[in-house]
Design a binder for this molecule. Sequence first.
Ligand code: WTA
Length: 645
Amino acid sequence: MSYPYQIRSFDEYQVAYRVSVNEPEQFWASVANNFYWRKKWDKVLEWNFKEPNVKWFQGAQLNITENCIDRHLKELGDKPAIIWEPNNPEDRTRIVTYNRLHKRVCQVAQMLKNNGVKKGDRVCIYMGMVPELAYAVLGCARIGAVHSVIFGGFSAQSIADRLEDAQAEYIITCDGAFRGGKDIPLKSVIDDALVGNKKIKRVIVYTRTRTPVSMIKGRDVWWEEEMEHAETQVEKDGAVSFPAEVMDAEDPLFILYTSGSTGKPKGVVHTVAGYMIWTTYTFVNTFQYKPGDIYFCTADIGWITGHSYIVYGPLCAGATSMMFEGIPTWPDAGRFWDIVDKYKVNILYTAPTAIRSLMGFGLEPVKGKDLSSLKVLGTVGEPINEEAWHWYDENIGKKKCPIVDTWWQTETSGIMISNLAGITPAIPSWASLPLPGVQPVLVDENGNHLPEPKEGEIVSGNLCMKAPWPGIIRTTYGDHERCRKNYFATYENLYFTGDGALKDAKGNYRITGRVDDVLNVSGHRIGTAEVENAINMHAGVVESAVVGYPHDIKGQGIYAYIIFNGKHGDDELTRKDILQTVSRIIGPIAKPDKIQFVPGLPKTRSGKIMRRILRKIAEGETSNLGDITTLLDPAVVDQIKNNRV
Ligand code: WTA
């Protein structure tokens, strides 16, 4: 039996959903038939959540780049695959056709090969949002190297940690990156990350900003020179080719580091076939993508959203994917709307934090921009508040465009809970229904499944999944036990998302946010423990505790309580020193918004910090702090309350 690949009505959604749950193997085999395989699978699915061990399409062979590029060449060769809009609107736009993309990716693959990269090697990519970043990612996939993209906002120390964890031997970077009015010296950050590193064999540097760089003999090479050499190798008699490495379905495709509630960021590993199917299927169905649509996702490829919904999902679907180098507010707050107008964008996918920050500029930047090409709007990254939802709906979608509120995670690799544009109902601030293949359950603290809500009722619990979907996390790089502990051990036989959710009687979900010690700042995941460790590196800091608090634009802000016994001169200067420390250790995205110096922290007799109290104080709730009698020193709470910042 075969099921329609693209869902076109609510009934079709219901059928697809039912079949995906009752006969997952048949369902996903039927979806998988829409892709290009070198060899088909022997077995669709094998799994248990105990180890965990999840294998999709065992025995199958493929290369994801043949699905993203080669198979489109005949029909879409001259159509744009990527439209690149530079940071500075006056600079030249680049339109990359599928033919051109094919050539560039083959060249990158050849260049990597020339530099010694082999299947399975880890390649770290630290670049700005230039088309070469997409070529680099796909070039790795073409030769079967495992890419690990690091967001351009991470510090040298963060990069060094990731290089070490991934045992990477190769780096692709840029001299610098333009972001708004800034020029970020990426290569110089890499140089700092590599002090003392003996593993890195090659650093390939693409020229973007012409920032001065130091090139180390024997280690650093220029992208342009290497690519020129590779060009003559992949181009013969007018044809271009670099044979795609034949990969097993469960071979790793990439590692992407993400924060959790404990320890250093972990390397989430996704594998070739499941990831490809999941990102493409969810892309086509959630956005109701139609051939020819111009699709614009404003994320950065340094995050999972960029991996799945700028590069792999859209390209695999043969779409035209926009890539934007800049930021929403530079040179002015009309930048997104200018881009929509200029390219007649049909589908716009952005983040609540961007919407809220643009709302703050009023309607002037939207005025006079032709947004009539828009058909579908999307959001991702954090819960969207109703005010932002309505602003987006009224002023951008002009009440004609369905808004898809897509809930998912780095670990899920693609959209899990979302309405399907124009097919299933949109409810402001509700992610709504699960996609086919997604089987959410809500549990209480002890892992008991909550009863299904009756008509008019809403239940609230911790969000888990009870069965695997093709894009589920396979492992955390180099440490499978960590993967098990983090995601599969909290509740037996369930994948735990770390999020809380509400559910109504119609089966809709509303995500309420993280229930663990992970912050979501402007859609970026940051562990409180990570920020505390960074603060504690400052010589004068004795101890610290970090919590989140509601922030109008960022969603959550970072509030740090710090016991300081260093040389206390000017508090303001000390604050700046601490911010600088956090920037150095993690990156500017993790800088606390508020720092309060405290004489002590509220601790239980066993020495555990009572974060609940600190969270309430940070939120501005100072009267109803709950039971504090179990504290070692209850008086410290009053001192903290009275000196809130
Ligand atoms: C949050 C980003 C509410 C959630 C794709 C999740 C959301 C974390 C939504 C994952 C949404 C993402 N509504 N919350 N539509 N989308 N989140 O790994 O807390 O960077 O666990 O993946 O973002 O963040 P990550």
